[in-house]
Ligand binder design. Structure first.
Ligand SMILES: [Zn+2]
Length: 253
């Protein structure tokens, strides 16, 4: 299985528009973070987790030709706003499979009504094939995917375990029963916004505590704000098996 970090930034991305913060002005490519998403590839299959406003740019920069579907963590715009840009995939492949909690599908249907409607569809509008995710395992071409439920302030969000890899973002609270599902996993990705606490995201300290509880072989941090600091400097302060993810990083599991 191959994972590509398509984006590792928080909701505004890094740099933030108009910001003169030193991290936003950094020339290090690892300090340039598009909105969070990963590409998960195995056998001949390719799925993205989330489809934010940078989706088009992300697909272009990795030269992605085929996409088998999108799995959503939750409905916030930094995870969903790129949905219209699935059109090139739709034109080549036909209906695109999307997987999400029913609340998320409802929200998307409201915001992208022209895509979700059955009547008088405007020519060129993509069609989706929707699949409801509940908090129980499901299969994608034989691969078992296990949802991991967490709270993003008061909103339920899903992370996902694919084999020996788990991707959790926008988490602030995760119940022990959910942590059990990913204990001792090989590779964990978890959100860490910044050093200061935040109402709906793990800060660095909370993410490191969470990693200790899960006890993965390796952990990668994502959904990073410019306030976290320079990539190179923060990386030096992390435990040996913990890494700041950065855009275009690829890992094999
Ligand atoms: Zn987010």
């Amino acid at each position: 299985m191959k994972i590509t970090f398509l984006g590792t930034g928080t909701s505004q991305g890094v740099p933030v528009i108009g910001s003169t913060h030193p991290v936003c002005l950094s020339v290090d490519a690892k300090d340039k973070r598009l909105r969070v998403s990963i590409l998960v590839e195995w056998d001949t299959y390719a799925y993205v987790v989330d489809c934010g406003p940078d989706f088009r740019q992300q697909m272009l920069r990795i030269n992605c030709y085929k996409l088998d579907g999108i799995i959503f963590t939750h409905e916030h715009s930094d995870h969903t706003a790129g949905i219209d840009d699935i059109r090139p995939f739709y034109f080549r492949q036909g209906d695109i499979d999307i997987y999400a909690h029913k609340r998320v599908l409802k929200s998307l249907a409201k915001r992208f009504d022209y895509i979700f409607t059955d009547k008088d569809k405007y020519p060129g509008v993509p069609t989706l094939s929707t699949h409801i995710i509940k908090n129980k395992p499901f299969k994608l071409h034989g691969l078992k995917v296990i949802p991991i439920k967490g709270l993003h302030y008061k909103l339920n969000v899903f992370g996902y375990r694919f084999g020996n890899f788990a991707y959790l973002t926008d988490m602030k609270t995760v119940e022990p029963v959910e942590i059990e599902k990913i204990k001792n996993i090989k590779v964990l990705v978890i959100n860490a916004l910044r050093k200061e606490p935040h109402i709906s995201h793990f800060n660095l300290e909370e993410a490191l505590d969470f990693i200790k509880k899960v006890n993965p072989e390796k952990a990668y941090l994502t959904h990073i704000s410019h306030l976290m600091g320079f990539h190179e400097e923060v990386q030096k302060t992390l435990p040996k098996n913990v890494f700041l993810a950065y855009d275009n990083l690829q890992i094999s599991i």
